[in-house]
Design a protein around this ligand. Structure first.
Ligand SMILES: NC(=O)c1ccc[n+]([C@@H]2O[C@H](COP(=O)([O-])OP(=O)(O)OC[C@H]3O[C@@H](n4cnc5c(N)ncnc54)[C@H](OP(=O)(O)O)[C@@H]3O)[C@@H](O)[C@H]2O)c1
Length: 307
């Protein structure tokens, strides 16, 4: 199999490309000039071809899909970054890539969206993820949209879940974790290894059309419980400090215009206001295997120094 992985230089992308390399899949991973060099090096160490492109220059994208019938599309982020809108990062870039993929005759696409995406979502991240999904659906290319809850665990690569990494640093350095709101919103973390297994299996399916899969691991936990279990996996105690939502929302309004990459944004506040869960057996039912439980996933952070 010859595939293109866009967004392959990120946390999930490194795990996906590692899994593809183990299956002897030939991978082309477009990367930006600004992509951290260690991410490019990691992908090359797994045998991937890393090609520098400007995702805003159609001529850079024209040849990507030629002779590569499968496309994994992972470009995206919940981060609010100055100079890169959600609309651009999700919908516009997806539309540009869809155009080239269609032209080259791509046969299957697997798009990594996010649980909670929808036309009426109350935050720009989930709304624009939905718009990107629609570009994929309208493309006419068969495939799958996977919508995971929080992805965690790290076994390879130089990059990590930014949210989990932030909490690991807080717990290690200060023995304290700041949580927006009451910490009672429920999440359903999914192990990154299980997620990439679902993505690979989704690429191997043969059905017509685009199927969408909401995905979560076997444990539904409140955010506070998640932090407690993360701290235990690190062998630490963590005091959880709750920031009232009205203060968090005010902080987002103040920080967004003045910081290039604010830690508190309208999206981070919105994500903590509601549950982000789906069926407990979502993976088993759709992909036929038992996903790892949360403690096994969080255990990957305990042995970090060995990597
Ligand atoms: N992590 C989670 O818990 C989670 C949960 C649900 C859904 N997701 C989705 O999963 C995908 C991968 O997440 P991740 O955690 O691996 O994120 P990540 O580590 O930040 O990686 C994001 C990838 O997208 C690329 N990218 C971002 N903005 C771009 C832009 N404007 N133009 C071109 N490329 C751009 C990055 O390129 P560079 O390497 O150049 O920065 C990187 O390859 C995202 O679409 C995210 O929305 C993540």
């Amino acid at each position: 199999m010859r595939v293109v992985v866009t967004g392959g230089t990120g946390y999930v992308g490194c795990h996906l490309i590692d899994a593809l390399a183990r299956r002897s899949v030939e991978v082309l991973a477009p990367a930006r000039a600004t992509t951290p060099p260690e991410a490019k090096e990691f992908l090359r160490s797994r045998g991937a071809e890393v090609r520098e492109v400007d995702f805003d220059r159609p001529s850079d994208l024209a040849e990507l899909f030629r002779g590569r019938p499968v496309w994994f599309h992972l470009v995206g982020s919940v981060a609010r970054l100055r100079g890169d809108s959600f609309e651009h990062r999700h919908r516009v870039i997806t539309a540009r890539l869809v155009e080239q993929a269609k032209r080259a005759g791509v046969e299957r696409v697997v798009f990594l969206s996010a649980l909670g995406s929808g036309p009426d979502a109350r935050n720009a991240y989930h709304r624009t993820k939905w718009e990107a999904e629609q570009e994929i659906v309208r493309s006419g290319i068969a495939g799958a949209i996977v919508r995971p809850s929080l992805i965690c665990g790290r076994v390879v690569g130089p990059r990590d879940s930014k949210l989990v990494r932030r909490y690991i640093e807080m717990i290690r350095k200060r023995g304290r974790a700041l949580v927006l709101g009451a910490g009672r919103n429920r999440i359903q973390p999914v192990d990154v290894r299980d997620l990439v297994e679902c993505m690979v299996r989704a690429a191997e399916r043969r059905e017509d059309g685009v199927a969408a899969f909401d995905l979560g691991g076997p444990d539904q936990v409140t955010f506070d419980e998640f932090i407690g279990r993360l701290a235990r996996a690190l062998g630490r105690e963590a005091k959880i400090v709750h920031i009232p939502m009205w203060i968090a929302a005010a902080a987002a309004r103040i920080l967004e215009p003045i910081q290039a990459a604010p830690a508190i944004t309208r999206e981070t506040v919105a994500l903590m206001r509601s549950d982000n869960i789906c069926a407990r057996d979502s993976i088993e039912r759709s992909f036929g295997f038992r996903p790892r439980d949360l403690d096994e996933t969080l255990g990957t952070y305990a042995g970090e120094s060995a990597r």
